[in-house]
Design a protein around this ligand. Structure first.
Ligand code: GZL
Length: 324
């Protein structure tokens, strides 16, 4: 598995991994490729600030000036829509297919069809359960490590005293929700952090607010800690916490994952307490890998973006130059 710097140099409290950049930007890797490459991109939808930044990164990398024609589909976070989109890309005879999978399951049949049609599939962002023989490569972030890092902060900060936690989970069945939960749990094992409740907020602000309202009605002032599996759900929860007359960042400490501008802003004002980065600026690397695959070059099965983590001071330092 190769590591690479996605879009920006990471400056944070803790760089989760040293980078051994793998070379090749989107434009350079092609060399003299003249043929326009038609790519079908099956995006999850537009559920969060992270997703908006990822879509922008992908559209700018898969531009005409970079030698691409992009057929973009946003599936409104409905797995069935995404499968239909990939079927459509196959029927259109695209040169390559890129998928950010809403959920990990249900991919084998349509990917077998793509393979039979000799259309390479490249995964970006989320992973899937299908056989690795059905896709050429995956480019994304290490969700388990993000969960480990978020949990390690919680264990260090609150683990020694009885702490009641609620969790806003990402999209049910998605690899970030599954892997972040796994990583976080491994870090808080043996501490005095107890999980009162854990429900999906579908990675959205609206659902994060609604679910947090339910937690507050049920547990009230018993809640000491919120683990939000993405910034947007945490930002939605802020409204619910304030409406309940409690102070976010103090009465209820909040640890979140993504590192979006709005998430780091909440961290800079003390409403969030710690944010782990999940870099969405994957477009250039994905485009470079697509060009290499189509040129018959060997590519790695996995390219993992280097992610940072932020406390309040690091957020204040990073915000002025933050690209997303
Ligand atoms: C993570 C990505 C997740 C983000 C959410 O790589 O798949 O989906 O954490 C987004 O903000 O909706």
């Amino acid at each position: 598995m190769k590591k690479f710097l996605a879009g920006i140099a990471v400056v944070g409290v803790l760089a989760l991994a040293l980078t051994g950049c793998s070379g090749g930007g989107a434009g350079g890797a092609a060399g003299g490729a003249k043929k326009i490459i038609t790519v079908g991109f099956a995006q999850t939808g537009s559920e969060s600030g992270w997703r908006a930044a990822n879509t922008l990164s992908m559209k700018s990398a898969f531009s005409t000036k970079n030698g691409f024609k992009l057929i973009f589909n946003a599936a409104d976070n409905k797995p069935e829509n995404q499968i239909a989109a990939v079927h459509s890309f196959i029927n259109q005879g695209v040169d390559a297919i890129v998928i950010a999978a809403v959920v990990t399951t249900g991919w084998d049949d349509v990917l077998k069809e793509a393979k039979a049609a000799k259309i390479p599939v490249i995964l970006e962002d989320r992973t899937i359960d299908a056989s690795p023989s059905l896709y050429a490569s995956w480019i994304g972030d290490d969700f388990t490590k993000e969960g480990v890092t978020a949990g390690a902060w919680a264990a260090k900060t609150l683990g020694a005293t009885a702490t009641n936690m609620v969790v806003l989970e990402g999209t049910t069945g998605s690899s970030p929700a599954i892997d972040r939960a796994k990583g976080f749990s491994s870090s808080i094992a043996g501490t005095k952090i107890t999980t009162l409740d854990s429900q999906t907020g579908n990675f959205t602000r609206a659902d994060g607010k609604t679910v947090m309202e339910g937690f507050l009605q049920k547990y009230g002032k018993k809640i000491n800690l919120l683990f939000a599996q993405n910034d947007d759900m945490g930002l939605g929860a802020l409204d619910a916490i304030k409406a309940a007359g409690e102070t976010p960042g103090t009465d209820i400490q909040i640890v979140s994952i993504d590192g979006t501008h709005d998430g780091l802003t909440a961290l800079s004002t003390g409403e969030f307490n710690y944010v782990v980065e999940c870099n969405p600026l994957l477009g250039d690397k994905v485009a470079s890998v697509v060009k290499d695959v189509l040129a018959g070059k060997a590519v790695d099965k996995a390219y993992t973006a280097v992610d940072g983590a932020f406390d309040k001071a690091a957020a204040i330092a990073a915000l002025p130059t933050r690209k997303y």
